[in-house]
Design a protein around this ligand. Structure first.
Ligand SMILES: Nc1ncnc2c1ncn2[C@@H]1O[C@H](COP(=O)(O)OP(=O)(O)OP(=O)(O)O)[C@@H](O)[C@H]1O
Ligand SMILES: [Mg+2]
Length: 410
């Protein structure tokens, strides 16, 4: 029987839900996709539970109508500066000569690595094995089946603040739903927008949303680093509003319709009539005048990303696949060209175009849906693995690791 998955993305500008079915043959079909504007959630700050839960109920009833499925459980994406990655290591030694490393050994190593010290107001969101060392041999991705006495694991532990997670849970519960799982957003989005080769050779996935810009670096098939900054699309709209002294909704409309992030990308410097506040006369601006407001802010975002999150972390030279931009602000015209110039790397737009067999295929191809689509694909992969290995005792963590770089990327 087909299994139903529902991904829920609670962003700073909208709530969106995607319902999909995982068929017995492994096909994932989108049965419903809806979004509702919502500004109840400000990363790291105000959390208006009532406003968000109303928006959740709204999108859920839309996808219930589209799909004919009653939704009870949702997979929720989380991101932002509250999420931190820690590297932890663990060791086991076996006495028996010619000991063949088992799944259980690896599960124990990962379990031990989870005992790393982290602040009491944090909880573990993901445990992602990075690599293993067997009797001094380094950079082993999968030690199961190897002969070895001393096995070491390096594990990337992703933690989130307890209050963030509990606020999300409460909000979802208030909407009459249960949280099936919390998933770190960039990990999910990687499933919907990145290519396996990019994850292997090194790529920075940059999600520029409304309230935050999140960066995740993948290399050698795994998540290496994540970071976040509280500047994104809303700030750009605010800049436009102030620069031309217009209302926020007009600034937003101007940005979306006529906004360019890069002067050199403007082919026709068309003039635009703008309505002033109150009784003020309409006035005329040009695309390049608008771009002169947008470009410095986008450049600032890119400079912080490069300096703080790539160069200082040692990724400036190693990302052979360069930059993939996603999130609503990645729709700004010229932004991909600007990214390529500023980062001095190849850059492309990341849109959810893969992983789904049918249903809403055109509608989902928008960078604002990368997270919701990724949440569903992440879970679908787990279900498909379960279908294949029914009855076998595979540790969840090891299974997820394997899914991540073997199944869809392998
Ligand atoms: N065509 C477009 N051109 C430029 N900006 C756009 C366009 N479409 C949407 N945006 C901007 O994208 C942002 C919304 O993107 P997205 O839906 O990814 O954000 P979010 O998930 O709500 O926020 P966050 O991820 O920061 O919590 C808004 O600031 C919006 O103005
Ligand atoms: Mg978002």
């Amino acid at each position: 029987m087909a299994q139903i998955i529902v991904g829920l993305d609670i962003g700073t500008s909208k709530v969106c839900a995607l319902v999909a079915s995982v068929e017995e043959n492994g096909d994932v079909n989108i049965l419903g996709l809806a979004k509702s504007p919502c500004d109840g959630f400000i990363r790291g700050g105000i959390f208006n539970i009532d406003t968000i839960s109303r928006a959740i109920r709204n999108v859920i009833s839309m996808v219930e109508n589209q799909s004919g499925e009653a939704v009870k459980k949702v997979i929720v994406g989380v991101a932002g500066s509250d999420i931190k990655g820690i590297l932890s290591t663990s060791v086991i030694t076996t006495r028996a000569p010619n000991h063949e490393i088992t799944k259980e050994d690896v599960a124990r190593l990962i379990q031990d690595a989870k005992n790393v010290r982290y602040p009491s107001d944090k909880i573990i969101l993901h445990t992602l094995p990075q690599e293993f060392k067997v009797d001094g041999i380094e950079h082993i991705k999968d030690p199961i089946g190897m002969i070895g006495i001393r096995v070491e694991a390096t594990v990337h532990i992703v933690t989130a603040s307890v209050s963030l997670i509990e606020n999300f849970r409460r909000t979802v519960n208030r909407a009459g739903l249960e949280v099936e799982e919390f998933v770190f957003q960039p990990l999910a989005s990687a499933y919907s927008v990145l290519e396996p080769e990019e994850i292997e050779i090194g790529v920075a996935l940059i999600d520029i949303g409304a309230g935050t810009t999140d960066v995740a670096v993948f290399e050698d098939g795994i998540l290496r680093y994540t970071g976040s900054l509280p500047i994104a699309g809303e700030r750009i709209t605010g800049d436009i509003r102030k620069a031309f002294r217009i209302q926020k909704y007009l600034a937003e409309e101007l940005k979306v319709k006529e906004g360019y992030a890069y002067l050199d990308a403007i082919t026709e410097d068309k003039s635009i009539i703008v309505h002033g506040i109150g009784s003020r006369e309409p006035f005329e601006i040009t695309r390049s005048m608008l771009c002169q407001v947008i470009q410095p802010r986008v450049e600032e975002i890119f400079e912080i990303l490069y300096e703080e999150h790539l160069r200082k972390q040692g990724f400036a030279r190693s990302l052979s696949a360069g930059i993939v931009l996603t999130g609503g602000t990645a729709l700004l015209k010229g932004i991909v060209e600007l990214a390529s110039k500023k980062f001095e790397m190849p850059a492309r737009l990341g849109i959810p175009t893969k992983g789904f067999a049918g249903g809403f295929l055109e509608e989902v191809q928008n960078p604002i849906y990368s997270t919701a689509a990724g949440l569903v694909l992440y879970k679908a992969e787990e279900i498909k693995q379960g279908m294949k290995s029914k009855g076998s005792i595979i540790n969840e963590t090891v299974k997820k690791l394997k899914d991540f770089f073997k199944t869809i990327f392998g």
